[in-house]
Ligand binder design. Structure first.
Ligand SMILES: [Cu+2]
Length: 288
């Protein structure tokens, strides 16, 4: 189908008509494949849309390399996230999951490439992140799902597509060992947060809005129990970790007034502790 765009009309009179037909065909084809992206490098790609359900992910099988605008929707009844993992050569999605089932959080050679963090049912999270060519999976680490729910394999291809442009940030959030540093105050309304990881360790940030009367301590103890039991907060998505801590990602979110918590659930090596346990948790009030 993509070959059609290589047909160039010789007569000017038919140019507009054929071009219009090609565009119509391309706009349909591009929803399901990246095969035509090389021919439409000057066009904006549709967002990389990931839908989580309790049975797994619905997402494209092929994605264009570069900076991508990711839309994550949770259509399930449980909290889900969507980590992108780049698989090393010779390791299949099945091999990766087998290692996870044996207890590994970071199967050898696989690289975490960030992704939308914990998101409550019905919520949508929006982010921009970069992907390099290779074989990937989407995996949810919440509440044992990594061992029970199918992962989604996909291929990132170099097709000459332009980067999606991340919006100008309102704030920079820096993830340090073991604290969150914000360049300013979060305000109500749509805010774009650029996330950097000075580290030196890998970090992530999940963003929660506390339910009325609930505290950060309630949130911490609920997360320590893997999110079992009634949630004291709404999970609004966040930015999962990257092995390459120099990578930057962007989140865009519409904040309503309330009490929010930034929370890092990365494990402290060789302990049962998370980064939140050692200080990487921060409450923020967004005023009316
Ligand atoms: Cu951390």
């Amino acid at each position: 189908m993509a070959d059609l765009v290589l047909v160039r009309p010789l007569e000017l009179g038919t140019l507009v008509q054929v071009d219009a037909i090609c565009r119509a065909i391309l706009s349909v084809a591009c929803l399901v494949t990246v095969g035509c992206h090389a021919k439409v490098a000057d066009k904006t790609l549709p967002p990389f849309r990931i839908i989580a359900t309790d049975a797994g992910f619905e997402a494209p099988d092929r994605v264009a390399a570069g900076l991508r605008h990711v839309l994550f929707e949770n259509h399930g009844s449980e909290i889900h996230e969507s980590m992108l993992v780049k698989l090393p050569k010779g390791i299949s999605a099945e091999n990766y999951v087998a290692a996870v089932k044996k207890g590994s959080l970071f199967p050898e050679g696989a690289l975490d490439y960030s992704g939308p963090g914990l998101t409550s049912p019905g919520e949508t999270a929006e982010m921009w992140l970069g992907v390099d060519p290779g074989q990937y999976i989407l995996i949810c680490w919440n509440s044992g799902h990594a061992k029970t729910t199918p992962v989604h394999p996909f291929t990132v291809e170099e097709v000459g597509a332009k980067d999606d442009r991340a919006p100008k940030e309102d704030l920079v959030l820096k993830l340090f060992d073991y604290r969150f540093e914000l360049s300013g105050d979060l305000h109500k309304g749509v805010q774009v947060i650029r996330i950097e990881t000075p580290g030196p360790s890998m970090h992530e940030v999940d963003i929660y809005r506390l339910h009325g009367g609930k505290t950060t301590a309630d949130l911490n103890s609920w997360r320590k129990q893997q999110g079992h039991g009634p949630a004291p907060a709404e999970a609004l998505g966040g930015a999962l970790d990257s092995h390459d801590v120099h990578r930057v990602v962007w989140l865009r979110k519409n904040f309503t007034p309330g009490h929010y918590v930034l929370h890092c659930e990365m494990p402290v090596t060789n302990t049962e502790l998370t980064h939140a346990d050692v200080g990487m948790v921060r409450e923020i009030e967004i005023k009316e």
